[in-house]
Design a protein around this ligand. Sequence first.
Ligand SMILES: Cc1cc2nc3c(=O)[nH]c(=O)nc-3n(C[C@H](O)[C@H](O)[C@H](O)COP(=O)(O)OP(=O)(O)OC[C@H]3O[C@@H](n4cnc5c(N)ncnc54)[C@H](O)[C@@H]3O)c2cc1C
Length: 471
Amino acid sequence: MTDESAPTAAAERERGAHPSADPAPHRVVIIGGGFGGLFAARALRHAPVQVTLVDRAAHHLFQPLLYQMATGILSEGQIAAPLRSVLKRHRNVNVELAEVVDIDVASRNVIARRVGGAELRLPYDDLIVAVGMQQSYFGHDEYAEFAPGMKTLADALNIRRRVYSAFEMAGTAATPTEQRRWLTFALVGAGPTGVELAGQLRELASKSLHDEFRHLDPDSARVLLFDGGPEPLAAFGPKLSKKAAAVLERQGVELHMHSRVTAVDRDGLVVRDASGTETRYHAGTVLWTAGVAAPPIADKIAAATSAKQDKLGRVEVTANLTIPDHPEISVIGDVMSLDNLPGVAEVAMQGGLYTGRRIRYELTGHGAKGPFRYRDLGSAAYISRGQAVISVSRLRFAGFAGWLSWLFIHIAFLTGYRNRAGAVMTWALAFTRDTRRERAFMVTTINTGQDVFVAPPASDSAEQERPSGGS
Ligand SMILES: Cc1cc2nc3c(=O)[nH]c(=O)nc-3n(C[C@H](O)[C@H](O)[C@H](O)COP(=O)(O)OP(=O)(O)OC[C@H]3O[C@@H](n4cnc5c(N)ncnc54)[C@H](O)[C@@H]3O)c2cc1C
């Protein structure tokens, strides 16, 4: 008797899936569904492989727009697309929600932790590591409690809560001193994220909130931007840095360059300037956008494979993005160290595409061969409405033309049509009417840092082994 509902091998092949009759499908495990992992999965769509994409989050996050979500322009859904939905037409890709904690190189297994703590093992023939980077506090992790970074959806929601509740606290402050403190926002790090956040904070204080309070002038909010270097946006070169500094100052951002933070606490922060003088700034909100470091899983993978790591902990790879002596393990995106390539989305996307195509070539003779070559398409940073800086090869420009280019790039790259359309409509309102509609926040904490599900009974959590691809 045949089961009509069971797909035939031919139908499965047509859909791009590996035939279930094949006793040993080639298993590819991708750790991380960010730009690198997602583009690798997409490039493997027509390859004879079964892909398991494992991520500790259920969504692909468009990090370049986190600051717009944190400051109330975009919603969570507009910058975070469910990985399952993004990959639903990729029939050979299975998505798993779990945090990878180690790899077993000898048995070729990825060891992950499900929500609640149970172990999950994912066997691989090829492994693609695309775990991105995490915030670094330069050896002062104790600052994190008082100065959140901005890397994840949770970080941006936390910042939104802190920013808008600071204005609320200022509105009911018992003394002018307390009000002053709540209306002081300190940002550490004048790279693109710090600059974007500083510009947004001044814009929401001077425009979006300006007629919403009866006993408070939100426009009096101070935004202080600290950095150890000489200028903001140093990576864009001195000309664009100067322009960015001028725009920020016009907006009312107070620039403190050549300044190093020496303490962060509940009351604000202490900063040492170029002359060596230390000053305490009383700030109700301190945000940290200063540094990055490789996540702990990068150390585990390096230890398991004897791979070298650079000073940020990124894993050094060969010209085809694999770990020396481990042609079955590729490292791509921000956590990859190769030729000083920067931690930007384009490097991750191109690395993901290349790796997917290289694996396909090795299995079928079609795809990419030869070493990885990065094509630099330039970079952009938003300063304020109508002002952005763009650097493409030798071409560098700023102002309104820069802002239009920024808008075009971000619309083009937003993942998923609905998000794109939604973002365009939201931007139209935000840019023409100063509206920020995504301002919902809570002043109570929801079990921060705890798994939603408790660990299952011991009998259910016995070590699991199942085929990659979940067929
Ligand atoms: C605030 C901000 C603004 C930015 N702005 C720009 C910009 O304007 N232009 C630009 O080009 N770049 C920008 N970037 C950088 C860009 O976002 C990164 O270069 C890009 O996201 C790197 O892609 P990736 O795949 O390497 O890592 P990510 O996109 O960070 O993805 C890593 C994925 O791995 C998952 N993961 C991590 N550890 C584990 C684990 N142990 N187990 C399972 N899953 C794990 C994470 O949940 C995540 O989904 C910005 C970054 C930030 C934070």
